[in-house]
Design a protein around this ligand. Structure first.
Ligand code: NAP
Length: 224
């Protein structure tokens, strides 16, 4: 965990101002341009100081499902975010033992940063719709504002109804992100069929997943 703490950005030094830290939570299996555009839009629209991409180590709702290793998902996230000065990739969750609970992550970040750092947890609106079922969701509401990234036309009724009837005072902001027509499953499918990922994810990510033969990648037209 010490290494993971060391890759977190330093924030909160000036006690006279408030800092806004975006935490981009996801499985990122693999990361794609939809995630990158969503994070950039959150950075702009919510006036964030920095966005930390945090691949989930062992995602709570994906137990028993086949996903790429934390190291591979972290490596692709690092490659995808490396050219943006206000994006950081963190090992914070992949280095943690056991199931990755967002409540634990946010509590640890709250303890680590001074009180003038506000947390914004950004993820897909489909995931936010389930937040009332997450472990210790009351503490999530206390520690962070939730940001649900949606594709245009997404129906927010289910998420709103679940949150409104929870009796918990969640703060939720929704962001409409056209690029979220892209999804990780679409990319995995294309890789398995030997199709191009160009313009769907950075070329460095495509190179990595072919080199490491993830998602059924084969040598060929778009592989090595
Ligand atoms: P998911 O159910 O796989 O994703 C639901 C939808 O949201 C998918 O369409 C997904 O698209 C999209 N999405 C996921 N992360 C996104 C992001 N950062 N920005 C924009 N769209 C995103 O969700 P998940 O990846 O398992 O979990 C998302 C986050 O919620 C993770 O940080 C996870 O740890 C947390 N979570 C916590 C708990 C808990 O504490 N109990 C339970 C569930 C989830 P793509 O497939 O294209 O990403």
């Amino acid at each position: 965990m010490q290494n993971a703490i060391m890759d977190l950005p330093q924030l909160g030094m000036d006690p006279g101002r408030t800092y806004r830290l975006g935490i981009m939570g996801g499985t990122f299996d693999p990361i794609h341009n939809g995630h990158l555009v969503a994070a950039e839009q959150a950075y702009d629209d919510l006036d964030l100081d920095i966005v930390v991409f945090m691949p989930a180590g062992s995602p709570a709702f994906k137990q028993g499902k086949r996903i790429a290793s934390g190291e591979d998902r972290y490596a692709m996230t690092l490659l995808a975010t490396s050219d943006n000065p206000h994006f950081v990739a963190s090992r914070f969750e992949i280095d943690r033992e056991g199931i990755t609970y967002t409540a634990d992550t946010l509590r640890m970040l709250k303890d680590y940063y001074p009180p003038n750092v506000e947390l914004y947890f950004i993820t897909g609106a489909d995931a936010i719709a389930e937040v009332v079922r997450w472990y210790d969701s009351a503490s999530i509401a206390e520690n962070a504002t939730l940001v649900g990234a949606t594709r245009p036309g997404y129906n927010l009724d289910k998420a709103s109804a679940a949150i409104d009837s929870s009796g918990i005072d969640f703060h939720v902001i929704y962001l409409e992100v056209p690029a979220l027509a892209i999804s990780s499953s679409y990319l995995r499918d294309r890789v398995a069929k030997g199709q191009s990922l160009r313009y769907l994810t950075p070329d460095s990510v495509t190179g990595y997943l072919h080199k490491h033969q993830l998602y059924g990648a084969k040598a060929g037209k778009y592989g090595r």
